[in-house]
Design a protein around this ligand. Sequence first.
Ligand code: GUN
Length: 289
Amino acid sequence: METAILSGLDASKALYQSLEERIARLKDQNITPGLAAVLVGNNPASEIYVKNKTKKFEALGLKTDVFRLEESVSEDELLSLILDLNKNADFHGILVQLPLPKHINSEKVLNAIVSTKDVDGFHPENAGLLSIGKPRFIPCTPKGIIFILKHFKIDLTGKHVVVIGRSNIVGRPISILASLKDLGNATVTLCHSGTKDLKYFSKQADVLVAALGSPEFVDASYIKEGACLIDVGINRVEQDGKSKIVGDINQESVSGIASALTPVPKGIGPMTIAMLVENTVLSAELLLN
Ligand code: GUN
């Protein structure tokens, strides 16, 4: 079987085209959607993620500022920055890049972001709205997964979606999204580190979402022929003395068995960034209504 490669670059391009008009309409009213990105410490991966996100905002003529804080910053100082950003009308979205240093309570920090600027969709109010089927800001990676599937005309209705990983960032929200009538209408199984006989479940998947953060964990023995595979992993590994990025799926192993596969890189990564832009534009629009 030929495995179709679902390019996140192609799908995100389509989204950016549809955003141009929305951004122009906002600019006609003297509104430039703005994102405040908060980066704490010197985590190299976080530095790259934030750079990629802000680069895209700049390329689209949107406002973006990075607020850098030392690794040793106190929780109170970080909270005080967030309260300032909550009140700053230049920013329609606030993103605190995770993970935060261990001495900071991430939950407390994320909850301090006013829910109307929570473009990551991590605030309990937005998570709650999603879980009752009335989403406002949907977390960017799950939203990007739904978008890329729609873009490539892969319908989830009645399919069995199996998710591996239950994080609040990807696994849990994608399991909710895929189950909602309007967005996925799929039957969903959420697997995690406590799941017994993972292969029993993963082999039943029509669509398998690998979001466990373990390099090339899923190989051919975990899937059924013709499955559509969504690889959320971004893992840096050393191979032959060189550093490279691999996903949670062993792409070589599943090639020719899966019907479709998102590559790493250039798969779900660009979709996450595109959805952050979309959520920030949405936030600016909601303010007008
Ligand atoms: N760290 C890993 N993924 C994400 C994300 O989507 N948003 C933020 N803020 N931090 C992350």
